[in-house]
Write a protein that binds this ligand. Structure first.
Ligand code: ASP
Length: 437
């Protein structure tokens, strides 16, 4: 029998009219058996997310500050929901319990997880599905990582007896019952784990956009949607800033070959984006998407006969290691090497790093170039097609944009170019235009 696991994000469950859309979606396909909700998200810009309020409550408790007003905001949201959906659930009982527990000192993870827990209770009654607490089937090790064996055993045992259920996202528990959350946005991960555990036909991830777009719509006007993206392409695109889906949620379903379908709760007819192991067809000469990030610093090191000097690169890299600074790329020439570093990792350590390179590596020249942006042109088709890089470079040169770095990984899944921060948006626009059709 075919089974769909459907995860609904916070914007899909932010108020009663969104809940109604979710119910229509779930009940329109009998295969939608296991539903994973997030906590209620923002109803409009400037509104608050329940999870943020819960974290804030916990901070207040820790500092012995009053938190009644915050808790009232949370209570109001849930009470209005239950009222508008005509539920019998006594939500205030759960909130009184939560307050008591907070006063006796519960963990931050426990408090944060209640957003999903309460929303799960509401959604279960509204859909007429059984509620299964994620704490019973998502098992964490003491170290905080997922206990895969225990989790998949628990999912199989429990869900094989329950044909339709709502399982709250974002958290689980260790064997001794301590609640533990995934990182923010982690309901995507819960959905993926459930999908794998029940051997789902597809994992649907419902949000407020119709899947991935070829480029950031804040930069490119009306970019085309991406129908299909491979797990590998997605990894490159999300690493470079395209964030619709939690990166870690790929892993549980990837090896099982379970497709992920990103769908829009506000436009359910749109087929959205499929994330797959392999694309059905790769159009020659096409790319899948463009993503990018600003604010990198390049440290450029030159030394004659660097290529003959054994251990030179190792010395440079151990300086980064000793300063606890990771690098993004290391393009190199015969007598030169550049370190491309994310500014957020540099953390005022640049002078110390430069000094150590000067002393330990004695370069002929040592320069830094701040304010660099990286742009990745991503596509499985790149390896099979001549002229993709030529098209990228031509587009940039026509716009008079200076390319400061080029990197094509050995997987040939992406071409990465470095440009000045100030050229970032223009560069994305012209490269997109070059591949638009
Ligand atoms: N509610 C959690 C968060 O805001 C988890 C999720 O929505 O996926 O991060």
């Amino acid at each position: 029998m075919e089974v769909i696991v459907a995860k609904f994000g916070g914007s899909s469950l932010c108020n009663s009219s969104q809940f109604k859309k979710v119910k229509d979606i779930v009940l329109s396909d009998d295969r939608r058996c296991y539903i994973v909700p997030s906590a209620p998200g923002k109803r409009a810009s400037g509104d608050y997310k329940i999870t943020d309020l819960l974290y804030l409550c916990h901070q207040h408790v820790k500092k012995s500050l009053p938190f009644d007003e915050l808790l009232n905001l949370i209570e109001d949201r849930y009470t209005i929901l239950c009222g508008e959906l005509n539920l019998t659930l006594d939500i205030s009982k759960y909130l009184i319990e939560l307050k008591e527990k907070m006063l006796t000192g519960v963990s931050e993870d426990f408090v944060a997880s209640r957003g999903e827990y309460l929303n799960g209770l509401i959604l279960a009654e509204y859909l007429g599905y059984e509620f299964i607490d994620a704490a019973d089937i998502i098992v964490f090790k003491k170290s905080g990582s997922l206990d895969e064996v225990a989790t998949y055993d628990a999912i199989r045992n429990r869900l094989s007896k329950v044909p339709k259920a709502v399982i709250p996202g974002f958290y689980g528990a260790s064997k001794d019952g301590m609640i533990k959350t995934f990182s923010r946005g982690g309901s995507d991960i819960t959905g993926a784990i459930i999908a794998r555990g029940v051997g789902a036909t597809v994992y649907e991830n419902w949000t407020d956009v119709s899947g991935f777009l070829m480029a950031d719509p804040r930069i490119v006007n009306d970019p085309k949607p991406i129908d299909e993206v491979t797990y590998k392409e997605l990894r490159e695109l999300s690493y470079m800033g395209a964030n619709v889906f939690h990166e870690e949620a790929i892993f549980p379903v990837k090896n099982e070959g379970i497709p992920i379908n990103i769908k829009n709760t506000n436009d359910p007819q749109c087929k959205g984006t499929f994330i797959l192991n392999e694309k059905h067809k790769v159009k020659p000469g096409s790319i899948t998407g463009i993503a990018g990030k600003k604010d990198f610093t390049v440290i450029a090191i030159e030394k004659t006969l660097m290529n003959k000097e054994i251990g030179y690169c190792r010395r440079i890299l151990s300086i980064l290691e000793n300063n606890n600074v990771p690098f993004e790329h290391i393009p190199s020439g015969i007598d030169s090497i550049s370190l491309v570093i994310d500014d957020s990792e540099l953390d005022n350590k640049i002078d110390k790093i430069l000094e150590e390179i000067e002393v330990q590596c004695k370069p002929d020249s040592l320069e830094t170039y701040p304010n660099m942006a990286l742009i990745a042109v991503v596509g499985e088709g790149i390896i099979k097609t001549k002229g993709i890089s030529a098209k990228v470079f031509q587009a940039l040169s026509k716009k008079d944009i200076n390319i400061r770095m080029i990197n094509q990984g050995s997987s040939e899944l992406s071409i990465i170019v470095g440009v000045e921060n100030e050229d970032f948006e223009d560069a994305i626009r012209v490269v997109y235009k070059a591949f638009e059709d």
